[in-house]
Design a binder for this molecule. Sequence first.
Ligand code: GAP
Length: 492
Amino acid sequence: MAKITKLDDIVSLCKRRGFIFQSSEIYGGLASCYDYGPLGVELKNNVKKAWWKATVQMRDDIVGLDSSILMHPLVWKASGHTDKFADLIAECKKCNTRTRVDHLKEKIAEQSQEHTEHIAIDTAIAAAGELSNKTCPNCGSVGKFTEPMPFKLMFETQMGANVDDSMTLQLRPETAQGIFANFRNVLDTARVRIPFGIAQIGKSFRNEVTTKAFIFRTREFEQAELEFFCQPGTDEDWFGRWKELRFNWYTDLGIRKENLRLREHSGDELAHYAKACVDVEYKFPFGSGDWQELEGIANRTDYDLRQHQRGMRTLNKWFENGRDLANIELAEEAGDYQSGPLSYFDDEQKARYIPYVIEPSAGIDRSALAFLVDAYDEEQVRSETRNLLRFHPALAPIKVAVFPLVKRDGLPDIAHNICNDLKKHFNCFYDEKGAIGRRYRRQDEAGTPFCVTVDGQTKEDKTVTVRDRDSMDQIRVSTDQMLSYFREKLET
Ligand code: GAP
């Protein structure tokens, strides 16, 4: 029970301190959609910055990309999403609620604990078994389900103002396909050689049947994906390296090792494109308090590039059929696919091949939730409970808060000047309202690593009090030394 309370505490802190709000709250809210407030957007930006720094900035072999959300429908046909990206659902005949069949349980008490990701339809059918003894999570009826049916997870929208030439497009359900569709462009322009990667951060959309647990699974979310292209035969080695690199990324940013693990997928769990997959899992405090996926790392082989090569050949048929995708099969590969338009000529090997791909695919919102959960702490300080977020400095929304001890004697001016100087280097916040103890507590809840207080002594010897969030220790630092002191502590 304590774990469930903890998520509630975090949800309430997020609302109270302006990290995360329900979307469209003034109109009663929109289910499973969330807005990031002033502190939330800083946290989320910092998670993205930390990912980009580790994945693109610090490496010579990875370049970035920002592809569009709307793409040609053949992209999704070729990738397999049009035909296979669906959940198997059944409708309760009594209350008309639809539920994923792999989430149906025999007893009502076991409901609402499911957070599994999409699984192959065949696996879902096997997992569903007999529905006659399954319970509706909404009304509790037993065995009152329709036959299972696939439910497509991609959102659709119309492009074009005229009825005649408007076309139905899908909002991307993953950013990855934008990378595959640009493989040739990047290869031809960025002077990259295999092994190399293309990284991208952006919004994805899935019309999830089950959305739960705050920002853990929503219908609009942000992904950080890397497609790392390598020579076939070296893929298993790269898969191993990326598992380690991605695990360490989370622990380097403060996630406790005991709350993080790697879990290999069993054969029937694998997505249609994957040869192997491992999840980075975090021990989230909801559902059964169980391990949940934070990130998937997959060996996608040459599946996507091969599929897009076939898709490119399908284009003419698509125009002939009046843009009707329903009856179009992807064109068969003509001749040797290894020398097709998405193949790569390896100078060293003197060979042409379609590269294999290792894909670490992380959720930004889900990572932000894990960082919030892991950083959250409650501490008894004398008779008071101190709530705090022990964020890694790189993730903290505000790095330094600056206070004048009192609102007189020229202290606010000095504090303002200090704050403005520090702002040139990192995010700072000025606050002069309320008792100093309360101002410290507010920053503890925001996860601010340091507070600077300007007092009477500052005017005499040009020193300020610097208070450390975690230890609450206070030391005096000279204003001349302050910037280098914070630079070292914040690792900026
Ligand atoms: N390109 C591979 C791919 O998209 P995925 O396992 O479906 O793989 C990768 O998604 C990550 O994206 C997940 O590990 C999770 O962090 C995040 N994610 C997926 N669906 C999500 C949702 N509905 N809400 C929030 N995050 C989601």
